[in-house]
Write a protein that binds this ligand. Sequence first.
Ligand code: PMP
Length: 425
Amino acid sequence: MQPDQATQLRQLESQLAAEYQTILSKKLNLDLTRGKPSSDQLDLSDALDGILKGNYIAADGTDTRNYGGLDGLPEAKQLGANIMGVDAANVLVGGSSSLTLMFQVASTAYLFGLKDAASAWKNEGEVKFLCPVPGYDRHFTICEQLGIKMVTVPMTSTGPDMDAVEAAIKADSSIKGMWCVPKYSNPTGVVYSDETVERIAKLGKIASANFRVFWDNAYSVHDLVDNAPQLASILEATRRNGTEDSVLQFASTSKITQAGAGVAFVAASAANLAGFKKALGAQTIGPDKVNQIRHTRFLPDRSALMAHMKKHAELLNPRFEAVLEALAGAFEGTDLGAWEKPVGGYFVSFDTRKGCAKETVRLAAEAGVKLTPAGATYPYGKDPEDRNIRIAPSVPTVPEVVEAMKVFVTCVKLASVRQEIAALA
Ligand code: PMP
């Protein structure tokens, strides 16, 4: 390092530190943490309230106010099919959370087996799941809760690194599952390529018995642009490859209607659904079908669904633009950070230089901008390179996102320059 370079770095640091002091004096209180709909987005579904007008009877004559219907109303299965692009016959409609369904399916596979008692993962000693990283923290929590060991594989711009996935599965028969968020992945926002989908559908041929992919299609209809990227059908790919039992798909209306008060779905082969229903029937007499029918009256077909999602996009788009413009303005052409440019979903994922994520999040928090804790996108909360930060811009207003991103940019720069200066010592 030349002395003049060191001087330049110190000058830059004091300039950034001054900017940071100005930000501190504003005493901001902004939040870019969890991906949830804004109240404007929630307003879009207010018609759900009172939509039944006393008519509780489903198309097949079921009185939705009563017990029963473990796998859901036929029209609610069709809603799930419209969201996931599968056949209604393959859909089970659960309660109001897809995360709960994922936990229930994983617990069933672990304790009781999705096929029969002999297929239960608990019989096989150590159980491991492949976790593409960065990924969704609540998936990792399910694994932790069940004592499933997590093995990371890198995410790329076309989905999980499939060479790494296949190599891990071939080398280790204790790998019994894999998490996937195939469209607008949480957090990187990428859509799996056709080749990735095909290779995932083939995993059932090379994996050990009872391997299951948890295909969490939480953002399947959550496009921000008109000509949205198409996700290839994993169902068709598994049918082509004779591996239908190896994939279970999940979705919900949490980010379509009301978060946590919507309807959740699992789509799977007849064999998987039968295995799951056996365990589910011990837990409940049936789901909330009144909520199911409210949702089917509100979103009666695919075109109503897509028209509704367009309204979400109109509200979300300016917020994403604000994030992406700030990142491009500050970091394009530099080595200070890397990010994808998602055209759907709820997140922008930003990689700082190695070792700068925690410090960036700390600096931002002190300046009144809450970010998801660094490391949260990795199993056990540990990002080995301390690089990844998940930005969730849906809740703040557009001016708030703009303000928060100014802080974010300053904090990334400050953390990076201080790291460089420390390395000089
Ligand atoms: N899966 C993913 C990938 C998510 O991002 C979220 C919400 N953050 C969920 C599932 C939760 O869905 P639900 O509300 O249906 O439990």
